[in-house]
Design a protein around this ligand. Structure first.
Ligand code: TXA
Ligand code: MG
Length: 340
């Protein structure tokens, strides 16, 4: 057990801030610090220090073969970590950085082999959050950071989620309030002729295609028989404490399944859009938002709110896969035990 230091920091207080300074010192000393980004909270360590990076895997219980993303503050710092930046990757950076985008590029070996899990490529990202930016500038090293949850659990979108999972296992936590996007960055393989989405996320396929034309989707994402190219996509993920069923169709269809399961003696929790939630009756209902953007923002918090003992089964509405709906549905399909 470690004593985890927790600092409160407002987004407009980052300049010359004592908490940022202390957190950066811990990173430089080879310790782990969780911090907010615009997507989810990350658990950071000096990416050039193999022993520091090993502490991330240890704290999360993360499989060793799942590589981490290196975070930097600027495009110039990103260039120093990679061998080659194809023209389309340059365009994507200009259009979407800082922002919820991770580029997989050939590594030049600056970051530890523990970050890349031995792969020749490295995922790099420039987060768009004042606390993350301030921490990266103060630490002045690339910071390896996966989502700051226990492996397998939903990613943290609030400091309390991080605290619940990792208190006593990490050196520090910068509490900068709730994150915005609510789902992780879009991971794009930039080692091929055409960019390939390895993980749908905060930047949508439609947005990417406006900048670079055709973008492919890793066949492993759609087809269970193909092995996903992003090692992290093969694990069970984002799992709530109780089983989740993903149910397509209108409110009446969803209600019919709820009623059937209730007669089996189950207590039912529901996750749905505000509109659908208003038409449904169940033991506990969490309305995630008016539109798919709000649903993305509140999804992980919703998944975490249903605890064992409160409900026996979560029924979650299926959403359209357009725009950020693609990322929402990607996470829900992984979280689901059963898809109706
Ligand atoms: O929004 C995010 O990306 C958050 C915040 C903290 O930045 N981070 C995050 O990290 O989601 P993590 O470790 O939970 O997910 C990283 C994903 C995994 O699916 C991993 O397999 C993939 O990126 N990845 C990392 N490096 C890769 C590489 N070299 N090749 C293929 N996939 C890679
Ligand atoms: Mg993760």
């Amino acid at each position: 057990m470690t004593d985890t230091k927790r600092w409160n920091i407002q987004n407009d207080e980052t300049y010359n801030n004592q908490a940022i300074y202390e957190a950066a010192q811990l990173i430089k000393r080879g310790e782990t610090v969780a911090f907010p980004t615009e997507t989810v909270y990350g658990l950071g360590a000096d990416a050039t220090d193999g022993a520091a990076v090993a502490k991330i895997f240890q704290a999360k219980g993360r499989p060793q073969d799942n590589p981490l993303i290196a975070h930097v503050a600027t495009i110039d710092q990103l260039r120093r970590l990679v061998d080659n930046l194809p023209a389309y990757a340059e365009k994507l950076l200009q259009a979407f950085s800082p922002g919820p985008l991770t580029l997989v590029l050939p590594s030049n070996g600056t970051c530890s082999a523990n970050v890349t899990a031995g792969l020749s490529s490295i995922g790099v990202r420039i987060p768009d959050h004042p606390v993350a930016q301030a921490l990266l500038k103060a630490a002045d090293v690339p910071v390896a950071a996966p989502s700051a949850n226990l492996s397998g659990k939903p990613s943290p979108t609030a400091a309390d989620h991080v605290w619940e999972d990792l208190q006593g296992k990490i050196a520090g936590l910068l509490d900068g309030g709730a994150t915005g996007v609510g789902l992780e960055s879009t991971v794009i393989d930039c080692t091929q002729e055409i960019p390939i989405i390895l993980r749908p996320g905060g930047i949508t396929k439609e947005q990417l295609e406006e900048v670079v034309g055709t973008v492919m989707l890793d066949p492993g994402l759609a087809n269970k028989k193909e092995k996903p190219k992003s090692p992290g996509m093969k694990y069970r993920h984002y799992s709530p404490e109780v089983p989740l069923w993903l149910v397509a169709g209108r409110a009446e269809n969803i209600q019919a399944i709820i009623d059937r399961e209730k007669t089996n003696g189950n207590r039912i929790g529901v996750l749905a859009s505000n509109t659908t939630a208003g038409k449904i009756q169940a033991d506990e209902i969490i309305a995630l938002g008016e539109n798919i953007g709000e649903i993305a923002t509140h999804l992980y918090d919703g998944l975490r709110k249903f605890k064992q003992g409160d409900v026996d089964l979560i029924i979650c509405e299926s959403f359209s896969e357009e725009g950020i709906g693609q990322a929402v549905m990607n996470r829900l399909k992984k979280a689901a035990e059963y898809i109706v």
